[in-house]
Design a protein around this ligand. Structure first.
Ligand code: DGL
Length: 289
């Protein structure tokens, strides 16, 4: 219409979504949210100074998770994502209570639901950090969804180091995968048809895991189901961002903000592998918790 009676599109809720992890692994979740909801602004905190969480006590992880969440809440986020299996397993309820009415989404429940949906034989294996496996969070989450599903778990802490180092494919990754799978399945065929990558670092090891397990085992990770959960929660609350700022090119990764508690250069270098796009080290803000 000449004269410009067109209204600007309704903005929805333009506040950012906060996402945190112990390090760069949660960028796999950030990426899935960004791909699913490209209009949303996302602020990501990697607690790189205190990684790993997976070998620490539940009390310490819960304290760290609260501090990381508080930084994002101070930045005015409209929803918080715990993009770390270890922290989701021990701190989800605490953060939901502490920051209510802010919605808080963890990665364990969406991953458990995806595993139940994928398993035809109702036999699932879960790999994760020491803390996630010892605490049994996936076993409980899967039992709540379908008590008939058999679950076995194995801690694979070396995978975190491999992923952090970027050694995600090649002989060292293959040897670590073979070693852990021997523990999980012995010499015979796998007694499960679905493997949950119950640690945000593990999706980058998908290729060697898939090669070793063969086509009979489906690999499931929490990134996409968590992004779907984020969308559902925001949509139900009427809080999705609707307006697309024409100056923001989501395809170029704009709308993403990065915070780290240590080593912005390393965060940018290693994080790029998880995010599958370059990160400018200058854009990573150093924060203290
Ligand atoms: N982000 C953690 C998880 O998903 C893995 C790394 C760590 O141990 O801190 O469990």
């Amino acid at each position: 219409v000449i004269g410009g009676s067109s209204q600007p599109p309704a903005a929805g809720d333009p506040r950012p979504i906060g996402v945190f992890d112990s390090g760069v692994g949660g960028l796999t979740v950030l990426r899935a949210i960004h791909e699913r909801l490209p209009h949303e602004r996302l602020v990501y905190l990697g607690d790189t100074a205190r990684l790993p969480y997976g070998t620490k006590s539940p009390e310490t992880v819960a304290r760290y998770a609260r501090q990381a969440a508080a930084v994002l809440v101070d930045r005015g986020v409209k929803l918080l994502v715990i993009a770390c299996n270890t922290a989701s397993a021990v701190a989800l309820e605490d953060l939901q209570r502490h920051f209510a009415p802010l919605p808080v989404v963890g990665v364990v429940q969406p991953g458990a639901a995806a595993a139940c949906a994928a398993s035809r034989e109702r036999a699932v294996a879960v790999i994760g950090t020491d803390s996630t496996i010892a605490g049994g969070a996936y076993t409980r989450a899967i039992a709540r969804i379908d008590p008939e599903v058999r679950v076995q778990g194995l801690a694979c802490p070396v995978f975190v180091a491999l992923a952090e180092e970027g050694w995600t494919d090649g002989p060292v990754a293959d040897a670590a995968v073979a070693r852990y799978l021997r523990e999980l399945i012995g010499a015979g065929p796998a007694a499960f048809d679905t493997l949950v990558l119950g640690c945000t670092h593990f999706p980058v090891l998908r290729a060697p895991l898939a090669r070793a397990l063969g086509p009979g085992v489906t690999l499931v990770d929490s990134a996409e189901p968590t992004a779907a959960e984020v969308e559902a929660v925001l949509a139900a609350a009427g809080r999705l961002a609707r307006a697309v700022d024409p100056r923001v090119d989501a395809a170029a990764g704009e709308g993403l903000q990065f915070l780290a508690t240590d080593g912005p250069r390393r965060f940018a270098r290693v994080g790029a592998v998880f995010l599958a796009r370059p990160i400018d080290p200058q854009s990573v803000e150093l924060v203290d918790l």
